[in-house]
Design a binder for this molecule. Structure first.
Ligand SMILES: [Zn+2]
Length: 260
């Protein structure tokens, strides 16, 4: 497996101890507004330039990603699903919305401490990420570069405070973006990750549909599911599919094992 190696700092040849290199400062809201006001997007949807939909590998691996959307109808916790992942030692990347994070501080701490999981950013107010207010599923998106910044940085800061680690990956509410918003995310140090396998259709699928969707995965697939709807079919479908996928030679990975 060709796992990417993080770049090393170049040797300076100096004999004096240099301070450790610090990460470059991220742009401020003001910087983002100045840089992107008036920039016109060319695309809007699930698959626009800069969005990662599959892992860049031929390895027989699958990244399971689970969203926790938060809000009045989205703040549940699917304990059975998480328990299945733990019992089967299946890694996953968990995309948490700020509303869910604030509703579940103890769960967030517990999940952050579990090496099976890595936590990622599912937005502040769970909005489509747009500089023009473009809507998805009837939900109006952010309306300009400043609101794009808020949608990413608000929950980034909340997750960083809650866990001590800044999230590397971002997925918007509805998983819709325009290409300018994706560029802003990149400027803010976030890799935007969607999926090529829709595992549970927004947690509306029956268990057999979830299992069939997962079994359609191929090498490098990124599967989306939900961990915030315990009444849905996701947990049972995942539990059904996992042994088949393992028997087929697949290994589950966290996104960070294959993405920068
Ligand atoms: Zn969501």
């Amino acid at each position: 497996m060709a796992r990417p190696t993080p770049p090393r700092a170049a040797a300076t040849g100096s004999t004096t101890a240099a301070p450790p290199p610090s990460a470059p400062a991220l742009p401020s809201r003001q910087d983002v507004v100045a840089r992107y006001t008036g920039v016109v997007p060319r695309a809007f949807g699930l698959d626009v330039p800069g969005v990662v939909n599959r892992l860049p590998t031929q390895d027989r691996v699958i990244a399971l990603t689970l969203d926790a959307c938060g809000g009045a109808r989205g703040s549940g916790y699917d304990a059975a699903l998480i328990e299945t992942l733990r019992t089967t030692e299946t890694p996953a990347t968990l995309f948490l919305n700020q509303r869910w994070v604030l509703a579940h501080p103890d769960r967030v701490a517990e999940l952050a401490a579990d090496p099976l999981f890595e936590l990622a950013n599912h937005g502040t107010a769970h909005l489509p990420l747009s500089v023009t207010g473009a809507a998805a599923y009837g939900i109006p998106g952010t309306t300009g570069p400043g609101e794009v910044f808020d949608e990413i940085a608000g929950n980034r800061d909340t997750l960083t405070t809650a866990t001590g680690t800044a999230p590397r990956f971002f997925r918007s509410g509805t998983a819709h973006y325009d290409d300018v918003a994706v560029r802003i995310a990149a400027d803010l140090g976030a890799t935007v990750v969607n999926f090529d396998v829709n595992g549970d259709a927004g947690a509306t699928s029956a268990p057999a549909q979830v299992a069939a969707a997962l079994r359609s995965a191929s090498a490098g697939s990124i599967v989306i599911g939900h961990m915030n709807q315990p009444g849905g079919g996701t947990a049972e479908g995942v539990a059904t599919a996992l042994p088949h996928l393992t028997a087929d030679g697949f290994r589950f990975v966290r996104l960070s094992e294959y993405l920068p």
